[in-house]
Write a protein that binds this ligand. Structure first.
Ligand code: DOR
Ligand code: ZN
Length: 348
């Protein structure tokens, strides 16, 4: 097998850029080798209108050094959104689509949706304008365990959406279970993003001597071996409808505590391209890496393929444990561990 690989420059269809000091600290990591990133709108005050999205886009560009980088932002869907402004922002590509956070499923989702019917007018506009609905596919209920929230959302709410909006294109984000993979595969208008951590961790890695490992805690939570295998298969085995979305979600180490009330989120951006390469190689599918990182995403979003290329080489390196910037300290996923692939450059 070759020790070098050249592929079309990738994108990352799911990143948390944050605001303020954290934005400054991390902005140049996902934007270094990716051409485009989707920046999630679950900021402290969610991004729900034209004015906010233009301001947020500007803040991200101000902090990114790479002039060729492009950020795309979906609207945080909410019952109080002004329909006229929503449509205007979609038509003018201020928003790439709409992001559905069911209520209370993750960070800053308290402004999310409690009853799916309440946002039917927004979904109608997305369908009409041929824009994408991005979904955090989890739903909570007292009787539903944390590991079953994805299935519960698919059975309860996703079915309502797909039945009513037959032409709406949907991305089920950070698919975390075999059930989620099957759901994507059985819907012709649906794609799924898969994070590196959901293909590397299982429930067992969530705990360290019976205490929660907060650096392996994310929403949706990592699941069983059979789920990990289904996700690896979906990503690697030449499927058109699965693509990259790291859900790289930085939190200060002080916000990471060993219990379930800690902030969920895994920061993988520093080594995400390399982790995908490692996984694809382990699955004997390195030749499908380009499809997953650089082709399936733009095809689904109806965007052009990137013109530049990146080089990867078989070089072993150790991921630094932390990212530190002024008062910010974030733990890198895979910190202190070795990876056998390294991105060595961008070919413009
Ligand atoms: O683990 C997660 N962290 N999942 C999400 O959906 C949100 C994210 C965050 O904002 O930290
Ligand atoms: Zn996310």
């Amino acid at each position: 097998m070759s020790n070098k690989l050249t592929i079309i420059q990738p994108d990352d269809w799911h990143v948390h850029f944050r605001e303020g000091e954290m934005l400054k600290a991390i902005a140049n990591i996902p934007s270094k080798f990716n051409k485009r990133c989707i920046a999630m709108p679950n900021t402290n005050i969610p991004i729900t209108n034209s004015e906010q999205v233009l301001k947020y886009r500007g803040q991200i560009y101000e902090n990114v050094l790479n002039d060729n980088f492009e950020v795309l932002i979906p609207c945080y869907l909410n019952e109080n959104i002004n329909l006229k402004d929503f449509k205007h922002a979609l038509i003018n590509n201020f928003f790439i689509g709409g992001k559905l956070y069911p209520i209370d499923v993750t960070n800053n989702s308290s402004f999310g949706i409690s009853k799916i019917e309440n946002i039917f007018p927004l979904l109608e506009i997305l369908e009409e304008e041929k824009k994408i609905l991005l979904i955090h596919g989890e739903k909570t209920a007292d009787e539903v365990k944390i590991f079953d929230r994805e299935k519960y959302f698919i059975d309860q709410d996703l079915k309502i959406i797909t039945n009513k909006f037959k032409n709406l294109k949907i991305v089920l984000e950070h698919v975390s279970s075999a059930y989620g993979v099957d759901c994507v595969k059985s819907n012709k208008n649906m794609a799924g993003t898969i994070t590196p951590h959901h293909m590397l961790l299982t429930k067992k890695d969530l705990f360290n001597n019976d205490l929660l490992d907060p650096f392996h805690f994310c929403m949706p939570v990592v699941k069983d071996e059979k789920d990990l295998v289904a996700l690896r298969d979906a990503a690697c085995k030449d499927n058109n409808n699965f693509f990259v979305g790291t859900d790289s979600a930085p939190h200060h180490i002080n916000d990471k505590k060993p219990n379930f009330s800690t902030k969920p989120g895994i920061f993988s951006s520093f080594c995400s391209i390399e982790l995908y390469a490692k996984i694809f190689e382990e699955e004997k599918s390195i030749n499908s890496l380009e499809k997953f990182l650089s082709i399936n995403g733009p095809n689904f979003y109806n965007l052009p393929l990137n013109k530049n290329l990146i080089n990867l080489e078989k070089i072993e390196w150790t991921v630094p444990e932390f990212l530190e910037y002024n008062s910010i300290k974030v733990k890198n996923f895979y910190g202190n561990k070795k990876i056998n692939w390294k991105v060595t450059g961008l070919k413009v």
